[in-house]
Design a protein around this ligand. Structure first.
Ligand code: ADP
Ligand code: ASP
Ligand code: MG
Length: 404
């Protein structure tokens, strides 16, 4: 007997037939004698629609009210999934974040889980009931609903698995595992049977949306065994594991892309000590994450500073910088949201040279201009024009010998 958390993403609960399919899968695990807790996302498209409603009313909407709106999607599917389970004769009960309780910090719109009280759910599981928890949501210190950032149900599931001391956290989605790159844009991407926590963490953080970054971070910290698998096929998925468990290590494990960032250039700032602080402190105080940064060589005592922020933060970033104009002293700000960040990731990079140069050469051969570069121990990222995303990812996939 095992204790399993089963998480179902948006496409897996997209309509009533799929919710019935989910219920059958959960019941099958119960029939094997396991204890199961379920975490569900909103039906696919619903969260986007709810976010759209908020944006239409106000581009700089109040984050507390945004959370009140977007958290509703998961509430619907939790209730429906419990009903579908009951229809199969399986005892089940839905749980909203505050009922569990999933306690978070107060960062509305991108809250972090601080604790989950698993006690009551464990009691229910012991008597054969299936708790179905609404993913993506929690309750903040202000006693209001919070949400965990897009894709956050993965994190709800891993956090619940840790709180319940589950043997496994199965993330059911619309692909049958983690691939060398997004199989939707590279049809000959290869499925990985295992991937290390570290590689998965880097891939997720640079745009591989198959798992939310925080869910991998948490799994790594809490030693939760995570499997990514399909809710539509009965085949094993990809296990996220420790490095020692991966025998044949590739230099490059995978390639990711993100079109979620926008480029901001602050033109002609004085090239003086403290200028970076003058630009970036106000942004961090506004809780805006800055990713890639490039500073041009100074010619006439002034320089251009280019960096990327999340597209959803762009309006706020521009406003924040305008407000700090007297302090910074720039001539103008230029923004470009038609950019893509491409990243290659692999633990083998620690011991192999030449990964970055292969990347630069491959893009040069395709005449693709690189606008910014960042690296970490196991990752190289470049920023290119958004129109090159697919071409570049395919070319890199081939260049690193990843094609199936
Ligand atoms: P869910 O709604 O189940 O949470 P997501 O859309 O969040 O599903 O994540 C699954 C999607 O992640 C896939 O449909 C795929 O397009 C995308 N994806 C991106 N990179 C990868 C990758 N390396 N391996 C598998 N899927 C990936
Ligand atoms: N429904 C939320 C979203 O679309 C959370 C999730 O699906 O994980 O971001
Ligand atoms: Mg997801």
């Amino acid at each position: 007997m095992a204790r399993i958390v089963m998480k179902f993403g948006g496409t897996s609960v997209a309509d009533l037939d799929r919710i019935k399919n989910v219920a059958r899968r959960v019941k099958a695990e119960m029939d094997q004698g396991n204890e199961v807790a379920v975490v569900v996302s909103a039906m696919s498209g619903v969260t986007n629609q709810l976010v759209g409603y908020c944006q239409s009313l106000s581009p700089l909407f109040d984050a507390r009210e945004y959370d009140a709106v977007v958290a509703t999607g998961e509430q619907v599917t939790a209730g429906l999934t419990a009903i579908a389970l009951q229809e199969l004769g399986q005892d089940a009960r839905s749980w909203q974040g505050w009922q569990v309780a999933v306690e978070t910090d107060g960062e509305h719109g991108k809250a972090r889980i601080e604790s989950i009280d698993g006690e009551e759910l464990i009691e229910r599981m012991k008597i054969g009931q299936v708790p179905v928890m609404a993913g993506f949501q929690g309750i903040g210190p202000d006693n209001r609903v919070t949400t965990l950032g897009r894709g956050g149900s993965d994190t709800s599931a891993v956090a619940l698995a840790a709180a319940l001391k589950a043997d496994r956290c199965d993330i059911y989605t619309d692909v049958d595992g983690v691939y060398t790159t997004d199989p939707r844009i590279v049809p000959n991407a290869r499925k990985l049977s295992k991937i290390t926590y570290e590689e998965m963490l880097e891939l997720a953080s640079v745009g591989a949306k198959v798992l939310q970054t925080r869910s991998v971070e948490l799994a790594m910290k809490e030693r939760v065994r995570v499997q990514v698998l399909s809710s539509f096929a009965d085949i094993p998925g990809t296990m996220v594991v420790d490095e020692e468990e991966v025998l044949e290590k590739e230099i490059v494990a995978g390639i990711a892309y993100s079109r979620d960032e926008a480029k901001v250039t602050v033109r002609r700032v004085p090239d003086r000590p403290g200028i970076a602080a003058a630009v970036f402190v106000p942004l961090s105080e506004a809780n805006i994450n800055v990713d890639m940064i490039v500073q041009n060589v100074s010619a006439d005592g002034t320089t251009d500073m280019t960096f990327t922020v999340g597209k959803t933060d762009m309006a706020r970033a521009l406003k924040t910088l305008e407000q700090a104009k007297a302090d910074i002293g720039f001539s103008e700000i230029i923004s470009d949201s038609n950019v893509a960040k491409l990243s290659v990731v692999g633990v083998g990079m620690r011991s192999h040279a030449g990964v970055a140069s292969t990347m630069f050469k491959t893009l040069a051969d395709r005449n693709i201009n690189i606008q910014a570069i960042t690296t970490s121990e196991i990752k190289v990222s470049v920023l290119v024009g958004g129109e090159y995303t697919e071409l570049a990812v395919r070319a890199l996939h081939t260049a690193y010998g990843l094609d199936a």
